[in-house]
Design a protein around this ligand. Structure first.
Ligand code: PHE
Length: 480
């Protein structure tokens, strides 16, 4: 349940439907399921399996394979700490919008409202300015929630996910029923799903499918390794990985109906084409959806609240999973109790995260997000495949997993880890690097992407080095 909670996040709602729509509509489901079966689920099995077998989070689990690999484990887990620090920004915006949805404060200028009134965005990343008060409150609420959930450790997490996993699904279902009963909804859904099979010959579509699967399943960030480590010695892995993968992708597919039924309605209400209202990511959640909510015939505030509570509950379990992926290493290595870990992490992360709610914060958010996802996680996934596929003894590992599970893994699993996934990740990485070298991301100044992008990735590598080198508690033999 917790693994599903981590996987099912904002990406399912604001990224998948748009990627599907721009990548061949219904035909996109083919590369998407191929990616799920040849990379997503095999990697999930790998990560949950390593965690469960070693009974340790990413740092010590990799350290148990080869000692210096503990450094890699800390780096990967550090990326997840990096993610939660900026991911919290989206939750802070959602809190603020939850409040504004009571009055639909965005009026008929939702775009201006988001960027000028809520974010108070400056002209460039260099103009940082002070944090915006309402967002600071949203941020504080976010971190307080994370602290309260994590302070009692795994036990409270397993209770919380009983709410944060089903609740957003119910809320999305409510929005879907409302959406489908509106005029124009079917046009939206037609846009979403009309298959364009000719697109399947374009390699970019395939890369988009793998990229989406990778981010959506929370891979390569140490999250699934951490969650695997909480499973008992006898727990079976393969089944859980299949369930997690399928539940996540099912939710994405379902979210597409919610999003596109609303977009279809909005397009009709505004007398434009669906493709002119379809936006991805922040634009979808904080500009397009608010517009659609204001245009509803009745109960606007209620549907606004439903939507933003759905976003908050979708995001919160991804957020605390990320924090846990990092802090679990401290628990494994130095036996620090969960309450202290949660407290210290939040006390450090909260002030740092305020950078992202300054007036220039949006740009830094964008840069850090792009670098961690498009470089950090891709590199981490690649290294992980190489370690397990070539160093660890993958056949013996498969036999171990088969001994634990009803579903038996064949050679396809080894193929997926040794060849398919690393090759795809390498191609994605080279493509991203090429794009970055030829053109500065979003036209940001180079110093900003150097500091915020490469700087972030390097920072976790340096910190990871010190954490690796620091002695474990003496009653522990492993780890060093
Ligand atoms: N899977 C989450 C989503 O779809 C994002 C995420 C990535 C969460 C990596 C944890 C780790 O929104």
């Amino acid at each position: 349940m917790a693994a599903v909670g981590s996987a099912v996040g904002l990406g399912n709602v604001w990224r998948f439907p748009y990627v599907a729509y721009t990548s061949g509509g219904g035909a996109f489901l083919i590369p998407y399921f191929v990616a799920l079966l040849t990379a997503g689920i095999p990697m999930l099995i790998l990560e949950m399996g390593i965690g469960q077998r070693m009974q340790k989070g990413a740092p010590l689990a990799f350290g148990a394979i080869r000692k210096p690999l503990q450094w890699f484990g800390w780096w990967a887990a550090g990326l997840s700490a990096g993610i939660v620090i900026y991911y919290s920004t989206i939750l802070a915006w959602s809190w603020v919008y939850l409040w504004h949805s009571l009055t639909q404060a965005w009026g008929d200028q939702p775009h201006t409202f988001f960027y000028q009134d809520v974010l108070q965005r400056s002209q460039s990343p260099g103009q940082v300015g002070w944090p915006v008060l309402s967002l600071v409150i949203g941020m504080a609420l976010t971190w307080l929630t994370i602290y309260l959930i994590l302070r009692k450790g795994v036990r409270s997490v397993s209770k919380v996910v009983m709410v944060t996993v089903p609740l957003p699904l119910i809320l999305l279902a409510i929005l879907l029923i409302r959406g489908l009963s509106l005029p124009g909804a079917m046009d939206g859904i037609r846009y979403y799903l009309t298959p364009d099979f000719s697109r399947l010959t374009d390699p970019k579509i395939w890369l988009a499918a793998y990229g989406q699967i990778f981010f959506s399943l929370s891979l390569a960030s140490g999250v699934m390794i951490g969650y695997g480590s909480y499973l008992g010695k006898k727990a079976e892995i393969t089944n859980s990985a299949f369930i997690t993968g399928l539940a996540n992708c099912g939710t994405s597919f379902f979210s597409g109906f919610v999003v596109f039924s609303m977009l279809g309605y909005l397009a009709q209400a505004q007398g434009v084409d669906v493709k002119d209202v379809a936006e991805t990511s922040t634009g979808l959640a904080f500009v397009t959806f608010p517009t659609a909510i204001s245009k509803l015939p009745a109960l606007n505030a209620l549907f606004g609240v439903v939507f933003f509570v759905a976003l908050l509950t979708l995001g919160i379990d991804s957020a605390f999973a990320l924090q846990e992926a990092f802090t679990t290493g401290f628990h494994d290595k130095w036996h620090i109790p969960p309450e202290k870990l949660a407290r210290v992490f939040v006390l450090v992360a909260f002030p740092v995260s305020l950078l992202f709610v300054t007036r220039g914060g949006f740009y830094w958010f964008d840069i850090v997000d792009n670098w961690i996802c498009n470089f950090g996680l891709v590199i981490s996934g690649l290294i992980q495949c190489i370690i397990v596929g070539y160093l660890y003894g993958v056949r013996e590992f498969r036999d171990y997993l088969n001994g634990q599970s009803e579903i038996r893994l064949g050679n396809w699993w080894i193929w997926a880890l040794r060849y398919v996934t690393p090759v795809v990740l390498l191609v994605i990485l080279v493509g991203n690097l090429k794009a970055e070298i030829t053109e500065a991301y979003e036209g940001y100044p180079r110093w900003a992407t150097l500091v915020g992008g490469w700087g972030t990735i390097l920072f976790w590598a340096v910190l990871g080095y010190f954490l690796w080198k620091r002695r474990a508690r003496s009653d522990q033999a492993q780890g060093e």
